[in-house]
Design a protein around this ligand. Structure first.
Ligand SMILES: Nc1ncnc2c1ncn2[C@@H]1O[C@H](COP(=O)(O)OP(=O)(O)OP(=O)(O)O)[C@@H](O)[C@H]1O
Ligand SMILES: [Mg+2]
Length: 290
């Protein structure tokens, strides 16, 4: 796999790493679709499997993943023994000229990115719910792209516009076009492919008809624009209530805390997602110290 070269002085000597991290980008330009939540659950699942995991937050404005990771560090400082990711975040450049800002963003991205690629088994990148240069850059480097989607036509509209019957695809959305462009960029750069996986999030038990309609459109879209559909997450309090402690239900269940049926079901949903991602087998590198 050929990737960007490291720019840190001295880092070139150890480049390319024998086993660069597998890059998982979480993306969807629709705000609030569950990107940061999904990112954190994938991260903790990989950490709990013994992997060294890098986390890169490109949503500097909200910094949700950064806050999640910092909350987790505080829980560790308070005495809990938890595996931690090696975390970085990037602020977009404030240079007034676009070309300058993009050059600066690219340079900073490459430094951080290469260091995480060399140090980790997996790198999970959380992107903002808007179209940014850093977000596009990250997409073009993804080995696996995970797009969480709330279970509604408004969210589906981020993938493609459907007609008034809600069943036929009229045209691709700007986000799907962007992924298409980044797939081309990736192919030209290193002949690599992006495995695009779309998962439904916040699924409810209600609205069975609407749920089935959306599933049908997604199946048609998957064929047309080239993504796979993974089992998603249901609407569950446990996906959001552990944020202040930087935990997920995977941590609670590992530490032997008593579990409700909902916790166990949520853990199974996370496991099913990880399995569907079909990530490569890795020989775990050392995790960063707690
Ligand atoms: N499966 C779920 N069950 C319950 N709440 C959820 C679930 N997934 C996400 N949420 C909640 O939905 C909200 C949005 O989730 P999140 O911040 O992960 O989305 P996002 O795509 O990262 O948003 P943004 O585009 O603003 O970065 C949060 O309040 C989160 O706690
Ligand atoms: Mg977010």
């Amino acid at each position: 796999m050929s990737i960007v070269q490291p720019l840190t002085p001295g880092a070139a000597a150890s480049w390319p790493p024998a086993q660069p991290a597998h890059i998982i980008v979480i993306g969807n330009e629709k705000g609030g679709s569950g990107k940061s939540t999904t990112a954190m659950h994938i991260v903790v699942s990989l950490l709990r499997d013994g992997y060294s995991v890098g986390t890169l937050d490109l949503d500097a404005r909200q910094g949700t993943l950064t806050r999640y990771v910092n909350n987790r560090k505080r829980t560790v400082e308070a005495g809990e023994n938890l595996p931690l990711s090696r975390h970085a975040f990037l602020q977009p450049s404030e240079a007034p000229v676009r070309a300058e800002a993009e050059a600066e963003d690219r340079e900073r991205f490459e430094v951080v990115f290469c260091e995480l690629l060399a140090a980790c088994d997996f790198l999970v990148v959380d992107t903002p719910g808007s179209n940014t240069y850093l977000g596009r850059l990250a997409h073009s480097h993804a080995n696996t792209l995970v797009t969480p989607l709330n279970d509604s036509y408004i969210d589906l509209d981020m993938l493609a516009n459907v007609d008034s019957s809600g069943r036929d695809i009229v045209k691709l959305s700007v986000y799907s076009e962007m992924v298409f462009e980044q797939r081309k960029a990736r192919m030209m750069r290193d002949r690599g492919a992006i495995d695009w996986v779309v998962m439904r999030n916040r699924l409810s038990n209600l609205n069975a008809r609407n749920k089935q309609d959306i599933a049908d459109v997604m199946t048609a879209l998957a064929r047309r624009i080239g993504f796979r559909i993974a089992p998603g997450f249901s609407e569950r309090v446990i996906y959001r209530e552990l944020f202040p402690r930087g935990l997920t239900m995977l941590d609670l269940l590992e530490s032997g805390e008593s579990a409700s049926m909902s916790h166990l079901a949520a853990r199974q949903e996370v496991r099913n997602l990880i399995e569907a991602l079909n990530l490569p087998q890795r020989k775990p590198k050392a995790q960063s110290a707690a």
